[in-house]
Design a binder for this molecule. Sequence first.
Ligand code: BEZ
Ligand code: FE
Length: 255
Amino acid sequence: MSAQDPRLAEVVDALVKDLHKFIVDHRVTEEELRYAIDFLTEVSKNNEMPGLADAFAMTTVADNVTHEEASQGATPSNIEGPFYLADAPLLSPPHRLGRPEEGGDPLVFRGRIVDGPSGQPIPTALVDLWQADAAGNYDIQDPGAPAFNLRGRLTARDGTFELRTVVPGAYEIPKNGAVGRLLKLLGRHAFRPRHIHFKISADGWQPLTTQIYFAGDQWIESDSIGAAKPGLVAPLKSRDDVLVSEYTFQLTPRK
Ligand code: BEZ
Ligand code: FE
């Protein structure tokens, strides 16, 4: 009988073969397999499957495979992660994120948005961005934060935009779940380097979902989810009481 879904059959067959080989190569016992099954049952009961896929860089590897054909000189994509919310407030200039009393180091982020191959500025682009607060928490993790705190959408004109915000803190995968417990047993830390998420879209170019990290961050070489990439690191410089960061986003023309 032929498979109703040939692609599903191809990947499931390959996965099962790899798992059998893994069990044989590593002499995995029945007791160890039961331990793994109990762990995965707990993970799915706690809705931690997405977190598990992140913690073992599966989402990052799938992102790389999906976008490996992006044009030369294009800004690398990076995973969306679990904290994106659609329909963030539309910002007008001067674009500001966070509460008036938002804690943390003030940051001015200057973005350029250009056509990757030619380097020419893209006339109009929609930039949807979100970040953690200075303690590394996203608004949806913090009952005290107003809705859509540190999130917004803005229009970049003539290939530039400026954003006033605070430097985000390093996010830590929660320690109280099954994934956090496993990382501890493995002796792995659970921090991500500080970052801001971007989704950029412009008519005529492929949409880009990415994250920008900051040079000198202590976790950049050991991101707990393996997502940080050298091509996504922006400088962070001190100028007149604020930190300033700049990054040029290079988009790929639509085919
Ligand atoms: C984040 O973008 O902050 C994130 C991504 C994956 C897992 C946890 C956090
Ligand atoms: Fe994030």
